[in-house]
Design a protein around this ligand. Structure first.
Ligand SMILES: C[S@@+](CC[C@H](N)C(=O)[O-])C[C@H]1O[C@@H](n2cnc3c(N)ncnc32)[C@H](O)[C@@H]1O
Length: 502
């Protein structure tokens, strides 16, 4: 799929710092990461943010030259240590100048490449991933995808048989989706036997077309079971180390008591994951694997956890006391979560040991605190923070990268994150927030002035604010909406961006 550009997504799972709390929570020694590599970096937003925001040296490739070009421009703008290429996996993995890696990340790659390419990557991991090094890998899996397999085959066959190459990729994608809708409207037996399909179809239709083209219309597409994945990674001597989304670490949110008991009876850790995927009807796995999992003694585990710092990345009023997992929405105990949010409300990093001390009189135990931090991590509200020296060293590259990202967002690219020297990763900042921030950086102090600036940007590009799926027509409607957005931004997001991205 080299003829259609990918989205400008940022993925926090690819931030190497995220490994630390997950590994410690599971009682496994976390990796020390100096050299890292991302294979198939798309537009390169994640790799650039991670290179600018930490002291990790990055390498990466994506064979789409337009995407690699955008990524290289960002890297030269930030001046961060990111060596980015437009080589195929085969070419890149054979480069003689690559160091041994502490971390290799692949997001949204494995299910969409051929077996030959999978073999290239596993061989790379075997040769280049250090002992103790970590692989982050995400992939489509069964059983959650099982019912969609025939639908994806239908899309692809429609595009091949009914579409013509001359009409372009997007037109073929649209035509195939329209045909699938027509089929479902005819109430086929397949939809009756798989009642979740119409809902899944709605989701497909709601996605950006570039995303849909890459997800469903790629030549290769294979949802793989956990067991087969473990088999693939065997030659690289990798062991499963845990989920990258920390909500998945907390069984109570994802499994019934009966399911937890069933899983406990299974001695083989890999088979346990396969069975867990049935329990939660898993569609997409985001996992860490490690070359040699070293178990920590319980005292070492809690000591290391106490020394880690965390930071709140959301306005406390926006954090609900609910968490979503495979069991649906679960209520969180406010008497545990509220004081944690209060303590972190100034968006300054605090060690877990410090939080423990303050929370002890409020009868929050160390175990409850750590579990709550993992749940808040899964909700995207609390992230691990880097040490003070690393934060200071990363400030200037983040500043330069953020300038580039804000410029691209101003001109309409769908970029929604800025780099944070505190978290070593990205912080959510949708396009309008980036435009408001730019005005604030230029010294304008009032939200009304930021709204005026945003409206001027939109007018210069013949654009309008879209509300509830419809463009607002008059300048007054647009300005009023932008003013409201700017006031919300001033109250809830600007303090966070000032603390975390400056
Ligand atoms: C589904 S996209 C995911 C991009 C990015 N990791 C993300 O999640 O935003 C897959 C990417 O892999 C790249 N890719 C696919 N096969 C490749 C290969 N053999 N060598 C290098 N890049 C490849 C594509 O150009 C595309 O950008």
């Amino acid at each position: 799929m080299a003829d259609i550009g990918y989205t400008y997504g940022y993925y926090t799972e690819l931030n190497p710092l995220n490994t630390q709390l997950t590994f410690l929570y599971r009682g496994v020694a976390p990796p020390k990461i100096a050299n890292a590599c991302e294979l198939g970096f798309g537009q390169g937003v994640s790799v650039n943010i991670h290179a600018a925001a930490s002291n990790v040296r990055w390498w990466g490739t994506d064979f789409n030259p337009a995407q690699a070009g955008f990524a290289q421009d960002l890297a030269s703008g930030s001046g961060a240590a990111a060596n980015l290429f437009d080589e195929s996996f085969e070419e890149f993995c054979a480069r003689p100048d690559l160091p041994q890696m502490d971390y290799v990340g692949l997001h949204g790659i494995w299910s969409w490449i051929s077996d030959e390419n999978r073999a290239v990557i596993v061989d790379f991991l075997r040769r280049k991933l250090k002992v103790g090094g970590v692989l982050y890998i995400s992939y489509n899996t069964q059983p959650g995808w099982a019912a969609m397999v025939p639908m994806r085959d239908l899309f692809v066959e429609h595009a091949a048989v009914m579409g013509s190459p001359g009409e372009g990729r997007v037109a073929r994608v649209d035509a195939a989706l329209a045909f699938a809708e027509k089929l479902l409207a005819a109430n086929p037996g397949f939809a009756r036997a798989n009642p979740g399909i119409p809902e899944r179809m709605k989701k497909v239709l709601s996605h950006n077309r570039n995303y849909v083209a890459h997800e469903y219309f790629n030549r290769d597409w294979e949802p793989m079971s956990f067991g087969r994945m473990a088999h693939w990674l065997g030659p690289a001597k990798l062991t499963y180390a845990g989920p990258a989304n920390s909500t998945e670490l907390v069984d109570a949110i994802n499994l019934t008591a009966e399911q937890q008991a069933l899983l406990k009876e299974i001695p083989d850790p890999n088979f346990r994951q396969t069975v867990r995927d049935f329990c939660v009807n898993q569609t997409f796995r985001r996992d860490y694997w490690v070359r040699g999992a070293r178990a920590l003694a319980p005292a070492e585990q809690s000591d290391s956890l106490r020394r880690r710092s965390v930071v709140l990345t959301t306005h406390p009023s926006e954090v609900t006391f609910k968490a979503s997992g495979a069991q649906g929405e679960v209520a969180l105990n406010e008497s545990i979560y509220r004081p944690i949010l209060e303590l972190l409300a100034d968006h300054t990093p605090r060690t877990i040991g410090e939080l423990e001390q303050v929370l002890r009189p409020r009868e929050v135990s160390f175990g409850q605190l750590v579990q709550a931090l993992m749940v808040l991590g899964g909700k995207g509200a609390v992230y691990a923070a880097q040490d003070a020296a690393t934060i200071d060293a990363a400030r200037s590259t983040c500043l330069r990268l953020n300038r580039e990202l804000m410029k691209a967002a101003k001109f309409g690219k769908d970029l929604s994150h800025l780099a944070s020297p505190v978290t070593g990763g990205g912080i959510s900042a949708p396009r309008f927030h980036q435009i408001f921030l730019q005005s604030a950086v230029e010294g304008k102090t009032q939200p009304d002035a930021w709204a005026q600036d945003a409206w001027a940007v939109l007018q210069s590009q013949n654009q309008k604010v879209v509300k509830d799926g419809k463009p607002l027509e008059t300048p007054e409607e647009n300005l009023s909406e932008l003013r409201q957005g700017a006031r919300d931004f001033q109250e809830k997001r600007l303090p966070i961006l000032r603390s975390l991205c400056a």
